[in-house]
Design a binder for this molecule. Structure first.
Ligand SMILES: *Cc1c(COP(=O)(O)O)cnc(C)c1O
Length: 556
């Protein structure tokens, strides 16, 4: 087949993910899981690793966010146009759903690296002639609909994806399940290899991303029996749980290599899933993608080759201070121009600027900065601060939506003192602008809910300094006053209401007595910390290192 020429050769790692963030124009991602998958694809192409990625086409995009003057979110669900970016392949596979034979087709996107490496990405699509209107919608809405809809999507991803790779002629060496959404593929492999569970385990790699039990996808067997009538329930119960189908258990029981996405997450997962050996491969981000224009320029000048060998960033000290500061000021001004225009505000490049952007959902605790407005005003009187926020709430996450409204309300109460703006429609482009242009990247998740987090790694690539709760990756990247600052206790206990109060207190104390004075009065120390962000964080927390770890620990 012409379209597949050059990408079928040799044995592949098949990387399955419900969402993949390739560009803002291909809106098939909702947050960190998707951007991580995108970074895995980008690094694999740069490194010429033999990867093929599989996901759903999510044709109605993960909504465009509109916010009214009170921060109330509405969602626009637009059609996007896959044919602009990829080609529809002629092959067809079938998945039985509610007794009907649902046809699945595939779009092929080729991610090309400047190194010459290519990673094919297969987007599964049920919006195909001959399917019922209901079945055509299965691949429309990422994380949309009810449980039954979700189960159908996971059936298309797991069963349909594995069958599609066979139909296209891929030779798969390992199947990598990025989160449990795709774990039906292990069941498909059991069928394919005559119930040889040892063989299937040999083939499967599973990465879990969810540090709390309630977060794991579960389906009751009545629903499973109704939707997946041809699946052997006894077999499914043997591997996926007797009482309820737990997609994580299914993947755990049929994978030889299982990992969490940071060392702390490995510890939490090992407690949650006693009896399984769980490794850790700490996440990373794609260095070139998440480094802004001005920093790319000075890295190219002083550290040529850094984009394909991010370890070179460890030599950041050879870059003169004035170049680091100049690059930062350019990117900061870019961001402020964008934010001022978008929100009709008056943010100034002279002011210490905090950034906070990620999915708007309660465990991320985006309002911690506002827990004591008088204290914040007092800190602002000693040294001015301003803050830029962004993030979408999932359409059914009412808690997340309320948080956005609260931030709007705090911003109003602080008017005339601390300038706070909220950027609409967070996506990969806005993420890149924000992590490239603020001074301090703030993260205040409820421990131990942040499995890894990746936006702080993106910030570090631009010399932005992290100020964060010690959870996820930050517990590894953090050295106090050297690579950034911790908020709250230096321990691995879970958060309580009492600890939350202490954390907010610590946030204010460090902002007032450490961060703001250093920013305004000790410029040399500030730039030293910016360099440490690059030389001690970005050089390690990148997806080139992550993918090489997967190759050696999981794929070989
Ligand atoms: C990096 C990124 C995320 C993940 O951010 P976290 O702080 O790790 O949750 C989410 N959304 C977008 C668009 C991103 O680029």
């Amino acid at each position: 087949m012409d379209e597949l020429e050059g990408v079928l050769k040799g044995e592949k790692i098949a990387y399955f993910s419900m969402e993949i963030g390739l560009t803002s124009e291909i809106p098939t991602y909702a947050g960190g899981l998707g951007t991580l998958a995108g970074d895995a694809v980008r690094s694999s192409a740069d490194l010429k690793l033999p990867l093929v990625a599989v996901t759903l086409i999510s044709k109605r995009n993960y909504f465009t966010q509109k916010l009214d003057e009170n921060g109330r979110q509405t969602e626009l669900q637009n059609q996007w146009h896959p044919e602009k970016f990829m080609v529809l392949l002629p092959n067809e596979v079938y998945v039985q759903i509610e007794g009907r034979t649902v046809k699945v087709k595939a779009w092929l996107y080729k991610y090309q690296s400047i190194t010459g490496g290519v990673v094919p990405v297969i987007f599964l699509d049920t919006d195909v002639d001959g399917n019922t209107p209901e079945d055509r919608e299965i691949t429309f809405y990422l994380y949309g609909g009810d449980e039954k809809y979700r189960l159908k999507q996971e059936a298309i991803l797991g069963f349909g994806g594995a069958r599609m790779l066979d139909a296209l002629g891929f030779h798969v060496r390992k199947y990598h399940m990025n989160e449990g959404h795709s774990s039906f593929l292990s069941l498909e492999l059991l069928r394919k290899f005559d119930m040889d569970a040892a063989k299937v385990r040999e083939l499967c790699v599973f990465t879990t991303h969810t540090p709390v039990e309630a977060g794991h996808d579960k389906f009751n067997y009545d629903l499973v029996a109704e939707v997946l009538q041809t699946v052997d329930l006894a077999l499914l119960k043997k591997y996926g749980g007797e009482e309820i189908l737990n997609m994580t258990r299914l993947a755990l029981n049929l994978s030889n290599y299982v990992n969490g996405v940071a060392k702390r997450h490995q510890e939490v997962s090992s407690q949650m899933f006693a009896g399984y050996e769980i490794h850790s491969v700490t996440n990373g981000v794609h260095s070139f993608t998440w480094t802004g224009k001005s920093f790319r320029r000075i890295f190219d000048q002083y550290l040529p080759g850094w984009a394909i060998e991010p370890e070179l960033l460890a030599k950041v000290d050879i870059i003169p201070e004035c170049d680091i500061w100049q690059a930062h000021l350019e990117q900061k001004q870019d961001l402020l121009d964008y934010a001022n225009l978008a929100t009709d505000s008056d943010l100034s490049a002279d002011v210490l600027t905090l950034g906070f952007a990620r999915r708007a959902t309660p465990y991320k605790r985006p309002t911690m900065l506002f827990s004591n407005l008088d204290r914040l005003r007092a800190i602002n009187r000693k040294g001015k601060i301003q803050a830029i926020f962004a993030g979408k709430a999932h359409p059914r996450d009412s808690g997340g939506k309320t948080l956005i409204e609260q931030i709007y309300s705090y911003a109003k109460q602080l008017e005339g003192d601390v300038e706070v703006v909220y950027l609409e429609d967070y996506n990969m482009d806005i993420a890149a602008k924000m992590v490239g242009g603020v001074d301090v990247w703030l993260n205040t998740p409820l421990r131990p809910m942040e499995a890894s987090g990746t936006s702080g790694m993106k910030a570090a690539h631009n010399g932005v300094i992290n100020f964060s709760i010690l959870d996820g990756w930050w517990a590894e990247g953090w050295i106090e006053n050297m690579t950034g600052w911790a908020i709250g206790p230096h321990s691995s206990e879970s958060d309580t209401d009492e600890l939350t109060i202490k954390e907010a207190e610590d946030l204010y104390n460090k902002l007032e007595y450490v961060i703001s004075p250093m920013f305004y009065e000790r410029h040399d120390e500030w730039i030293k910390m910016m360099k440490n962000s690059i030389g001690k964080i970005a050089y390690y927390f990148n997806s080139h290192r992550m993918m090489r770890r997967y190759v050696i620990d999981a794929y070989l």
